[in-house]
Structures are given as C-alpha cells and as structure tokens.
Design a protein around this ligand. Structure first.
Ligand code: SF4
Ligand code: SF4
Length: 374
C-alpha cells in the first residue's frame, strides 16, 4: 500500500511550518528514513520565475529552507537546484528571498545549466533524457512542488515539477517534439519522473494557485501540505482534494497507460488528515478545450485550431521583452509594428508563452470557433 500524508497548515511561520512538515513526514518514517549521514541531497522546488512570493508562483522559500534544515539534521548535505523558465537560478532565488535563508544555514544553490545525456532503459516510451548534471550526481532527490494549475497540463504538482530537471531551453525541444500531442508530452513527463525517482515528494499547498496558472493565476489559500514517496500517488490525492477527475490530469492518465506509479485511490493509504476534510470547493482550473474525441480523425484535425484554446496577447501591458518570442518552441511568435504576433496555424498550444510572460499579459483564450458559439 502506498502512503500519502495530508497535514493542515495555514501560514508560512517557521516554527509552526516546521512542526507540520515533521508531522507530514512522520507516517513515512521521518526524514531519517530517506537521508543517511553524508549523502548528497538535491532539493528540487518549483522556481519558475522571480515573481513576488505572495503570487504563489514558486515553492515558498521558507518551505525550502525548513526541508533543507531537516536534511542537515538527518546528516545529509543538501543543495537546492532548479532550472527557472525566466532568469537565472541565482536571480530567482534572490528575488523571492531564498538566498539569505539558505546561506544562513550554509546551503548552496546548484545550477542546472550543465546537462548530461542519461540512458533510461526502463522508460516505457522515452529511453534517454538530457538532464541537469546535479540530478545525476545526487544520492537522494527531494521533490518540492507548488500546487498550481497549468494551462497545458491542467495541474503542476508531483510529476510535472520534475520537468525542471531538464536544463533551460532543452525543455523547449521537448515541447516542440510533442507538438499538439498532449498525451505524448504527459508520457514523457511520467517517464522522466521515474528516471529522476525522487525519494520524497512534499507539496507546498499552503497557498496554491488556481485559474490561469502556472505563471499568472490567482493565489488561493488551501492550507495543505502533502507528502509521499510516489509522485503519481501524491498527484492522485491532490486531484481528489481539488475536485479534478483523474482522467482529466494528463500525467495521471499517462501513468495509468504506462503502468507507472500508483494512480488508484484503492491502493493509496492516506495518513494524517482525511481527503474529505482537506477538500477544496470550487477550485478554478484553466479554460478547457472542447473535447472533439468523438469526432472522426480528419474532422478533428480540421477543427483542432478553431476549437482549441489559444494564447492571446494583452498588448497594453506588453513590454516587448521578447521572452515569449525566445521560448516559443514552434518559433511562431514575432514582433510586427511593435506588437507581438502569433501564427496560430502553427501554434502547438503548449502555453509556454503564457507560463513565462513576466507581465502575465498572455492569457488563455478560446479558439475562434469555440468563442463564437460560446
Ligand atoms: S507578451 Fe509578455 S513575454 Fe511576450 S514580449 Fe510582451 S511582455 Fe514579454
Ligand atoms: S505561441 Fe505560445 S502556445 Fe503557441 S507554440 Fe508558441 S509558446 Fe506555444
């Protein structure tokens, strides 16, 4: 039986958060069950961008600091690494106030810019990944996702957070490769998660994000910490809490198809608080694309662009910073007459532009036909 613990925690105050994190790990055996003396422990939070902490874009810096403290007390040597979508790791850490919190306890940041190719013979679909070197050198990996919505993958939590182990613009290549195929992209994420194989996944769901996440949705007080050893099992419990059918989370559906991880609630033992008491009412997800699954393939293809959601630029707030143009996997964004333009016919609907726009001015709009008919 796979175990996932749920603990209620409403603020980011050191002592109470520390107690709650210990409570969350206790049913799993505590930090000492995962970290032994002298082991190098890589802590992988979500450090997407350097937006203000209150915007809930990143794993909270105090959450990261306390996990690092617990690793040290178990005898491990922690380091914190990620590959932000916008800006360097150092800049993002500085902006969210993580740098002083880590330096006070002698923990360093590790850059993910150096990548190595790793064979993954047990991968179900993908047999090799180019990932950040520190991921391959750590003895133990601890995954610290933020609970947020995601324009392309609906939610980013245990499984999706590990995509940050792919360095910088190499992530763009995976998007370009998957194209419109969300199922294939989700299968890649699941294969990657089981190659990285975090020993622990601890979710910062104290203040999560709903609406148009992961970069510019709305912070939502959820008051939750979840912990488990299997990122798929953790995501399954999260779905239940926020009211998302497991079929609607592409990474869970992919894990089921690939038979990786535990995606059945019957095989998950919930410890601490119950799912019922943690339930979040009316959690808002990103706009859904109209399901054309029942239509014949050729009609589906014809209607795809007209019905699928698409990125829409709000020009009034655009600073022409070029972040979206640089990171667009399909390379179909450009500047014309001082305005960002998108070639929708070639847009793969990955929503990287929406995720990374520092101004939050790219929203997820309905396809032209879908919006015409409501
Ligand atoms: S839309 Fe956003 S990311 Fe793109 S150029 Fe404007 S401000 Fe920058
Ligand atoms: S325009 Fe945006 S959604 Fe379309 S391919 Fe480029 S980054 Fe992806």
């Amino acid at each position: 039986m796979n175990r996932v613990s749920i603990v209620r925690q409403n603020d980011y105050i050191h002592d109470s958060l520390r107690t709650s994190l210990e409570e969350a790990l206790a049913p799993l055996g505590g930090m000492g069950a995962f970290v032994k003396s002298g082991q190098r422990v890589l802590i992988k939070p979500n450090l997407l961008s350097g937006k203000a902490v209150e915007k809930a874009v990143t794993t909270h810096p105090l959450f990261i600091r306390i996990v690092a403290e617990m690793v040290q007390e178990a005898g491990g040597i922690p380091a914190v690494g990620d590959s932000p979508g916008v800006g360097s790791l150092e800049k993002v850490a500085e902006k969210i106030g993580l740098t002083p919190l880590l330096s006070e306890i002698g923990v360093s940041l590790v850059s993910f810019s150096d990548a190595v190719m790793v064979e993954h013979p047990r991968g179900k679909v993908f047999k090799r990944f180019e990932i950040a070197r520190p991921v391959t050198e750590a003895d133990v990996i601890i995954n610290l996702p933020k609970l947020k919505t995601h324009g392309m993958m609906t939610l980013t939590c245990g499984v999706k957070n590990l995509f940050g182990c792919v360095s910088g613009l190499r992530k763009v290549r995976w998007h370009a490769d998957a194209g419109h195929d969300y199922e294939r992209f989700a299968e890649m994420l699941v294969d990657l998660a089981y190659m990285v194989k975090p020993a622990l996944t601890i979710v910062d769901g104290i203040v999560g994000m709903e609406g148009e996440g992961p970069g510019s949705g709305d912070p939502r007080q959820l008051g939750l910490i979840l912990a488990g050893t299997d990122p798929v099992a953790v995501d399954r419990v999260v779905c239940e809490i926020v009211g998302l059918s497991p079929d609607e989370l592409p990474t869970l559906a992919a894990a089921g198809r690939l038979k990786l991880g535990v995606s059945s609630l019957k095989e998950i033992e919930v410890a601490g608080d119950s799912i019922g008491s943690a339930k979040v009412e009316d959690f808002r997800f990103p706009a859904k694309t109209i399901d054309t699954g029942m239509l014949p393939g050729f009609i589906r293809k014809l209607l795809r662009d007209a019905l699928s959601n698409r990125p829409v630029v709000g020009h009034e707030k655009c600073t022409l910073c070029h972040v979206c143009v640089t990171h667009c996997p399909a390379q179909i964004m450009s500047v014309k007459d001082n305005r960002i333009t998108i070639d929708y016919s070639a847009c793969i609907r990955c929503f990287c532009c929406h995720e990374l726009c520092p101004q939050g001015t790219i929203r997820i709009g309905k396809g032209w036909l879908a919006s015409r008919f409501g």
